[in-house]
Write a protein that binds this ligand. Structure first.
Ligand code: STX
Length: 320
C-alpha cells in the first residue's frame, strides 16, 4: 500500500481579495513547472490540512491548496454573506487566471467532489482530469441521510450527542434547528451547536475510531466554520438545481476521471458514487472494500495516490 509522501512546505502563498468581505488563502508547493493540480476541500467550510500536499509527487505536480470562502485561513472565518456554490466556482476561475494556468487537475473529496463536479460541468475545457473521493451529490436525500435519519441508526450513541443541543419539539427538522443556533447572536450557543454538529461528522468519518480526526472537528476554529457554512448550504439545497450534477454529467465525457469511494462511507453512502459512475461511464470507479469516508483512511490514501499518477500518465500520453 502506498503511504503519503514526506511533508513539504509551500514555495509561495497568496491572499486573494474576491467579493467583499472575502479574502482567500492560496498556496503553491511541489514543482512550479509541474502539472497543476488544485485540492478542493470538503465541508463546505472544512479548509485545507497540511497533509493534503502529501498525496502528490512533488517533482511531478504543481500542488495548489485553496481555502474556500469562510474556511481555513481565508477571512472572515465562517462568513455566510456571499457564500454560495456559484461564487466558489467563480473563485476557482479567478484563481486559475491569477496563476496563469490553462488547464488543471481537480482533486476533491466529499463536498470537494461536489464543487469539482459543478466546476468541471461549467468549465469542462479548463479541466485536464478529475480525481474524486467520497462522492457527495448533495441531493436532498443525501443531506437527510446524514443530518436527519439514516446514519443515526448506524451510530445511535454518537447521534444522541448530536441531538442534545436541540429541544425535542424542534427535532423534526434538525438542519433548520441547528441553523437557528448557528446564526444566533448568542456566541456561546453558536459554538456549542457548532461543536456538536462538527463532532458528529468527525466521529462518523472513519472506519475505525480516530481521535485525531474527532479532535480536529471539535477544534473551535474548524467547528465554527464547518458547521455554519455546511448548515447554510444545506438550508439552501447547496444552491443546486434538483439532481444538477447527474443531469449535467454529459459535460464530463472527455475528461479523464477516477472515482474513489469507501464501501463503509457513512457520511456519503456509496450510492452517490454509483449514480455518478452511471452518468459518467468513462470514469474509473474504485470501491474501497475496507474504508469509510475520510481522505486519511489508509486504503483511500493508496487509491488516491495511484489515481494521481495514472491520470497524470494519461494526460502526458504515457501508456504505462
Ligand atoms: N460534509 C461532507 C464533507 O464534505 C457533509 C466533509 N466531510 N469531512 C470534511 O468534509 C472535512 C474533513 C473537510 C471537514
Amino acid at each position: 500500500m502506498l503511504t503519503l509522501y514526506p511533508d513539504i512546505k509551500p514555495y509561495a502563498e497568496h491572499r486573494l481579495a474576491v467579493d467583499a468581505p472575502h479574502e482567500l488563502y492560496l498556496e503553491e508547493s511541489g514543482n512550479p513547472d509541474g502539472l497543476p493540480v488544485i485540492v478542493i476541500h470538503g465541508g463546505p467550510g472544512g479548509g485545507c490540512e497540511d497533509y493534503y500536499r502529501r498525496f502528490f509527487d512533488a517533482e511531478r505536480f504543481r500542488i495548489l491548496l485553496l481555502d474556500q470562502r469562510g474556511s481555513g485561513r481565508s477571512t472572515p472565518l465562517a462568513e455566510l454573506e456571499g457564500n454560495e456554490t456559484q461564487a466558489l466556482v467563480a473563485d476557482l476561475e479567478r484563481v486559475r487566471q491569477f496563476l496563469g494556468i490553462d488547464r488543471w487537475l481537480l482533486f476533491g473529496g466529499s463536498w470537494g467532489s461536489t464543487l469539482s463536479l459543478v466546476y468541471a460541468e461549467t468549465y469542462p475545457e479548463r479541466v485536464s482530469g478529475l480525481i474524486l473521493r467520497g462522492i457527495f451529490l448533495c441531493r436532498p436525500e443525501d443531506i437527510y441521510w446524514f443530518y436527519q435519519h439514516g446514519a443515526s441508526r448506524v451510530f445511535p450513541d454518537y447521534w444522541r450527542d448530536y441531538l442534545a443541543p436541540i429541544p425535542i419539539d424542534e427535532r423534526d427538522d434538525m438542519v433548520a434547528a441547528y441553523y437557528r443556533r448557528l446564526t444566533s447572536p448568542n456566541e456561546l450557543e453558536q459554538i456549542q451547536a457548532a461543536k456538536a454538529w462538527s463532532v458528529w461528522e468527525g466521529r462518523c468519518a472513519t472506519l475505525h475510531p480516530n481521535p485525531r480526526v474527532v479532535d480536529r472537528f471539535g477544534h473551535p476554529h474548524v467547528a465554527i466554520a464547518l458547521a455554519r457554512i455546511e448548515c447554510h448550504y444545506f438550508m439552501n439545497r447547496a444552491f443546486l438545481e434538483p439532481d444538477q450534477i447527474v443531469r449535467h454529467a454529459g459535460k464530463l465525457a472527455g475528461i479523464p476521471g477516477v472515482i474513489v469511494h469507501g464501501r463503509y462511507d457513512m457520511v456519503c453512502p456509496l450510492d452517490n458514487a454509483l449514480a455518478l459512475s452511471e452518468a459518467w461511464p468513462q470514469a474509473s470507479l474504485r470501491i474501497i472494500r475496507d474504508a469509510g469516508h475520510s481522505s486519511s483512511e489508509p486504503a483511500i490514501v493508496d487509491a488516491l495516490m495511484r489515481a494521481c499518477d495514472e491520470v497524470a500518465d494519461a494526460i502526458e500520453g504515457r501508456a504505462d
